[in-house]
Design a protein around this ligand. Structure first.
Ligand SMILES: Nc1ncnc2c1ncn2[C@@H]1O[C@H](COP(=O)(O)OP(=O)(O)OP(=O)(O)O)[C@@H](O)[C@H]1O
Ligand SMILES: Nc1ccn([C@H]2C[C@H](O)[C@@H](COP(=O)(O)O)O2)c(=O)n1
Length: 226
């Protein structure tokens, strides 16, 4: 058994807006474990490709971009939160837009892009433990994880959450438009041939519709502590 294999992993997968990022960060903090935001990797590659003027539908170019993009997570910054540096540039805010999410979803359907990011993701598995947030954490990247959770919520609820989040940032969005984008991304992520969005057979399903964040966090911690 390798050293990495004995480091415990909690995978938290689910569709966009189900609360994976929020819950993963809180649970990682409570456990004192490391955090992998795998969606940020796909977003970063899409962003780097856009900055380089590459064609996002060119799978070879996207794979080369995934291999060549330097992605760094920097935590402990003033104001809290983790900053994401893409090729040395702080792209945190640009990465969180719906456009970046859609670009990430599109290139994430390319097997060569996914393959290029595997080693990077496995490298996050270091003591004392890892909370891994994404779409395929429990099914493909860490199939041997000791703890697996799949978060869901209705598309209407997820659109409301995103609407509130973006309105608070002063962005001009509509609830109906956001729900359409969320449903389109769900459908693309769940229907792709490689590593589709789906719960691992051994994942605990948590429907967070109408459930406050602290309750979701308590349920996820209970999975680890049980
Ligand atoms: N249980 C909840 N109740 C209410 N709001 C929530 C809940 N969980 C998350 N939120 C809010 O919903 C928004 C989206 O959450 P978050 O970014 O964690 O989702 P996500 O699954 O990581 O989405 P994505 O895959 O698009 O990154 C945030 O504003 C967050 O505060
Ligand atoms: N493990 C992952 C993580 C993310 N993706 C793709 C699909 C998502 O729509 C997109 C953005 O992810 P988010 O930041 O919203 O979690 O990236 C994936 O295919 N596999």
């Amino acid at each position: 058994m390798t050293h990495a294999a004995v480091v415990p992993v909690l995978t938290i997968d689910g569709p966009s807006g189900s609360g994976k990022g929020t819950v993963s960060a809180l649970v990682a903090e409570r456990l004192g474990w490391r955090l992998l935001d795998s969606g940020a990797l796909y977003r970063a590659v899409g962003y780097a490709a856009g900055m380089a003027g590459l064609d996002l539908s060119d799978a070879d170019a996207m794979a080369r971009c995934a291999q060549g993009t330097k992605i760094q997570f920097r935590s402990g910054e003033a104001g809290g939160g983790t900053r994401v540096l893409v090729n040395g540039h702080d792209a945190t805010d640009e990465l969180r837009t719906e456009t970046a999410g859609a670009a990430a979803s599109a290139i994430a359907s390319m097997p060569s892009v996914r393959q290029a990011l595997v080693a990077l993701q496995l490298g996050f598995r270091r003591p004392p433990g890892l909370v891994a947030d994404g779409r395929d954490m429990g099914t493909v990247i860490f199939p041997d994880a000791a703890f697996k959770v799949f978060l869901t919520a209705s598309a209407a609820e997820r659109a409301k959450r995103r609407y509130k989040q973006l309105k608070e940032k002063g962005l001009s969005v509509t609830l109906a438009g956001l729900q359409r984008e969320i449903e389109a991304r769900d459908s693309r992520d769940a229907s792709r041939a490689v590593a589709p969005l789906r719960p691992a057979d051994d994942a605990v399903l948590v429907d967070t519709t109408g459930m406050p964040i602290d309750e979701v966090v308590a349920k996820v911690l209970a999975v680890v502590q049980s």
